[in-house]
Design a protein around this ligand. Structure first.
Ligand code: UD1
Ligand code: UDP
Length: 387
């Protein structure tokens, strides 16, 4: 630990879920480590719409970024490369003790490449998760980031075990470097956030009233994975089954739409299905909502249908059954304990899961994601080992 002065951490955020995750660490620093840790926040600008970025800073009391690289959207290579250039410049100028990276986006990968090449220790939060499907850009990003990290914080036991299988070792003595990394099963900072903001969400939002939604009478859906939005066959299959569920069960489905999906809906849905979806009184497509609004929706929905990593878990945190619109999940515990089912983009599987959850009783939601204090734990470990 640094005796004089603070440990300077440089946090990289870029995509919506990273801004939300970073709120937990910033809050822990503000409440418990102000004297020891100085945080510099760099926003890559991967997400930039007001409702994909700014709304979260305002609502979650996250310090505004010290830097914004404004890289915007683009092909993987171009987007990641612009981020690497920008992050490297800032690292050289700020000379932090370490860089903190979240999850598995292109912003994560860019931070990992920039920092590892100039020997800045990497702290990876959400390490060890694997879908074992390398056609997902996120799987490449997370594997590469893990393997150049110094402290790896896995939110789940499965993630921790994945790291051991990839050659990381337990109980190795310090000093820790990327040649001698330390792995942790730390709990999930998203769980910290969900607990922290849960009560506030219902007090401070009007999203249910605004959309005429009544408790336990609607389904919440989100779709944004690139293979779902970009492959017309999958996108049509998913919306076809959502349309069926909404119409046959006269149940509202509310879908805060990711900009990626919004831009591809018209292009990739058949003309007829597009019209049906847009005119179905039970399907409510709304712009992306704030985190507090999202929590209010999650807490009050009967069921959640999603391809989002974060939303799958939040379904579990709020004890809601979840249908996962992917062929696999990194959060396999949710499926193993019976609270979530894999629906893929397959009408039969999705309907089977839907019908099962309609009547399922005694679903189990054991504590799998820590004690709500993962961020404090992570800060403490950074202070112990990074200087
Ligand atoms: C990214 C992450 C994904 C994560 C998701 C969270 C990568 C490779 N993917 O996917 O892991 O689950 O964020 O939401 O990093 N767009 C806008 N406005 C914005 C942001 C995006 O219109 O503020 C549109 C653009 O057309 C852009 C598209 O969405 O091309 C995709 O954005 P991008 O950040 O490349 O990937 P996501 O699908 O958001
Ligand atoms: N989220 C939000 N508003 C929305 C949709 C999602 O605040 O309209 C939150 C959600 O509660 C979760 C995070 O964004 O905390 C998940 O982000 P996303 O689904 O974009 O990405 P993923 O988790 O799949 O990487």
């Amino acid at each position: 630990m640094i005796i004089t002065g603070k440990t300077k951490i440089l946090t990289i955020i870029g995509a919506r879920p990273q801004i939300i995750k970073a709120a937990a660490l910033s809050r822990a620093i503000k409440n418990n480590f102000q004297k020891e840790i100085l945080e510099v926040i760099v926003h890559t600008g991967q997400h930039y719409d007001e409702n994909m970025s700014k709304v979260f800073f305002d609502e979650l009391q996250i310090p505004h970024p010290d830097y914004n690289l404004n890289v915007g959207s683009g092909e993987h290579g171009k987007q990641t490369a612009s981020m690497i250039v920008g992050i490297e410049e800032i690292l050289l100028k700020e000379k932090p003790n370490c860089i903190v990276l979240y999850g598995d986006t292109n912003s994560t990968l860019a931070g990992a490449i920039a920092a590892s090449k100039i020997l800045v220790p990497i702290i990876h939060i959400e390490a060890g998760l694997r879908s074992f499907n390398k056609s997902m850009p996120e799987e490449i990003n997370r594997i590469m980031c893990d393997h150049v990290s110094t402290l790896l914080f896995s939110p789940t036991r499965t993630g921790y075990n994945n790291l051991l299988k990839e050659g990381f070792i337990e109980n190795n003595p310090p000093p820790y470097t990327f040649n001698n990394p330390k792995v942790y099963h730390s709990g999930d900072v998203m769980y910290d956030n969900s607990l922290y903001f849960s009560t506030l969400a219902e007090q401070k939002t009007t999203i249910l009233n605004d959309n005429n939604l009544q408790e336990s009478k609607f389904i919440l859906a989100t779709i944004h994975r690139n293979n779902n939005t970009d492959e017309p066959e999958r996108l049509n299959a998913i919306f076809n089954v959502l349309n069926k569920i909404a119409t046959e069960h006269k149940t509202k489905i509310v879908l805060p739409i990711h900009p990626r999906t919004s831009k591809l809906l018209h292009k990739n849905l058949s003309g007829e299905l597009y019209k049906t979806i847009k005119t179905n009184e039970y399907i409510k497509i709304i712009p992306p909502v704030s985190f507090l609004e999202m929590i209010a929706l999650e807490k009050n929905a009967t069921m959640i249908i999603t391809d989002s990593g974060g939303v799958q878990k939040e379904a579990y945190f709020f004890k809601k059954p979840c249908i996962i619109l992917r062929s696999e999940t990194e959060w396999i515990e949710l499926v193993n304990c019976g609270a979530a089912r894999i629906g893929d983009a397959d009408e039969t599987k999705i309907l089977e899961a839907f019908n099962y959850f309609l009547t399922a009783e005694d679903l189990k939601f054991n504590d799998l994601f820590g004690d709500g204090k993962a961020a404090e734990f992570i800060c403490g470990e950074i202070l112990k080992y990074i200087n």
